[in-house]
Design a protein around this ligand. Structure first.
Ligand SMILES: [Zn+2]
Length: 459
């Protein structure tokens, strides 16, 4: 299908300008002011931004966690992503103890292929490293898995030690894969969790106090030092607080290849969200935990300076009823995570652009272009340019909306942003040249997404 998007303002990470955009054969074919629209459907983008589709490099669809499985599926999650202006997701395939990385990868491909509504890639999270699993890495890189994740927290399940971290950083450097780290000190957290539970402090809010910002700051610094020793680049997922950001900034100021990610929940929510009746705080239990509001301005400053390169959702959806409730007797049993794959753009636009924290080009950078560059998808994705995939969002910045579970596309019984007023609406979304969202509603084909073989990481 040939389409022309007219009268809009095209936004890239460098700037914004008036241009019409011609799409054909699934690709962007031309930008300009006097393009021939013969045989094309015309999409009028008057008053709207025309931007590259979002790339959410941090999702957990159908993820097993603590005896349950995330209720968001690849089918529902990719549609929720699309109505929120995100046309590519990269999910984490998590190795089970004793399992090969090849099996982990195949299992996640089996879950996603045929179900995803938009294109997707996979990171593999290594939890059990030995010589055999190390030897699988080059094959995975050939398959397009050019990033791996390690958890420094969740002791006794998926946490790895420093030796594993160092070995993976070296292997990543050797094979062109970016190592991503969940940086929290799992040993410290394990002690604190035990102490709170022993003292009968079982409510959701003790999740906060058992995972102090210092434990994230320490682990972030340690991971960065490991990367320095290995001579490898490193990507710190979900930086939640100033203490972790400080470690990233210090290393970057010295010229080290360190990349930070933060998430909408750390920009929009805080410890104050736990001032709710009964067990409701469980809706806000994620790791790292929500922080004091005083961190917000520092995270925005980190995005402006580039010390935080990306904003990803860390979408991990567990229903309040029946899933979060597994932790009624103790906060340590609450499945960790918040949903947000659908709302990333609206939150960034409202609290970022409208509030004067960032510009539209910066929004496009952290929402789409930088994730594409860091994770081997650029310029196929992450930019409006001839030859790139026609993944395009027409975003109207002047429409008011409210986030509510009742109207969301996400397959979960709540949203942590319930009642939040947002500015900006997604009018139209193209995925590889096809209209998949019209007037904010999903109109695409289920299962039309494809697996993306990502390119190796180049610093
Ligand atoms: Zn995560």
């Amino acid at each position: 299908m040939k389409s022309i998007i007219t009268n809009g303002t095209v936004v890239s990470s460098e700037g914004e300008y008036r241009a019409d955009v011609l799409l054909d054969g699934g690709k962007i074919v031309a930008l300009g002011s006097d393009l021939s629209s013969e045989g094309a459907q015309v999409i009028d983008a008057s008053g709207a931004y025309v931007m590259p589709g979002g790339i959410d490099v941090h999702t957990h669809f159908e993820m097993p966690f603590g005896g349950t499985i995330a209720c968001e599926t690849f089918a529902t999650g990719t549609k929720a992503a699309a109505v929120g202006g995100t046309t590519t997701i990269i999910d984490f395939a998590i190795q089970a103890q004793g399992e090969s990385l090849t099996k982990t990868y195949q299992d996640w491909r089996d879950k996603a292929d045929g179900d995803v509504a938009v294109d997707y890639g996979l990171h593999v999270a290594v939890t059990d490293l030995n010589d055999k699993t190390l030897a699988e890495i080059p094959w995975l890189v050939d398959e397009g898995v050019t990033s791996f994740k390690l958890f420094m927290a969740y002791k006794g399940s998926i946490m790895v030690d420093d030796a594993t971290l160092l070995r993976m950083l070296r292997t990543g450097r050797e094979h062109g894969a970016l190592i991503c780290v969940h940086a929290e000190n799992g040993d410290v957290i394990d002690v604190l969790v035990g102490e709170y539970l022993a003292a009968g402090k079982t409510a959701p809010k003790y999740h906060l106090s058992s995972r102090p910002a210092e434990a994230e700051g320490e682990a972030t610094g340690r991971a960065i030092i490991m990367a320095e020793i290995a001579g490898a680049p490193i990507y710190i997922v979900h930086v939640s607080c100033a203490k972790a950001l400080d470690a990233v900034r210090t290393a970057r100021d010295k010229g080290q290849a360190v990349y930070g990610e933060t998430c909408p929940q750390y920009l929009a929510l805080s410890t104050d969200n736990f001032d709710v009746p009964g067990f409701e705080g469980a809706k806000f239990v994620c790791s790292p935990p929500l922080r004091d509001k005083s961190n917000w301005p520092q995270l925005w400053a980190g995005l402006r300076s580039g010390d935080l390169a990306t904003v990803a959702s860390d979408h991990a959806a567990f229903n309040y009823q029946g899933q979060k409730e597994l932790g009624l007797a103790g906060f340590d049993k609450i499945p960790n995570g918040c949903p947000g794959v659908e709302h990333r753009l609206f939150i960034l636009h409202t609290l970022g652009v409208e509030a004067g924290e960032i510009t539209m080009p910066k929004l496009v950078e952290v929402f789409s272009s930088a994730p594409a560059r860091l994770f081997g998808l650029y310029p196929q994705k992450g930019v409006i340019a001839p030859g790139s995939d026609a993944d395009v969002v027409v975003f109207d910045p002047s429409v008011d909306g409210v986030i509510a579970a009742a109207t969301q596309m996400q397959n979960i019984d709540y949203t942590p942003y319930e009642g939040m007023r947002v500015r900006g609406a997604v009018r139209t979304v193209f995925s590889k040249g096809e209209v998949v969202v019209a007037d904010g509603r999903w109109v695409g084909k289920d299962g039309a997404g494809r697996y993306l073989k990502r390119k190796p990481f180049i610093a």
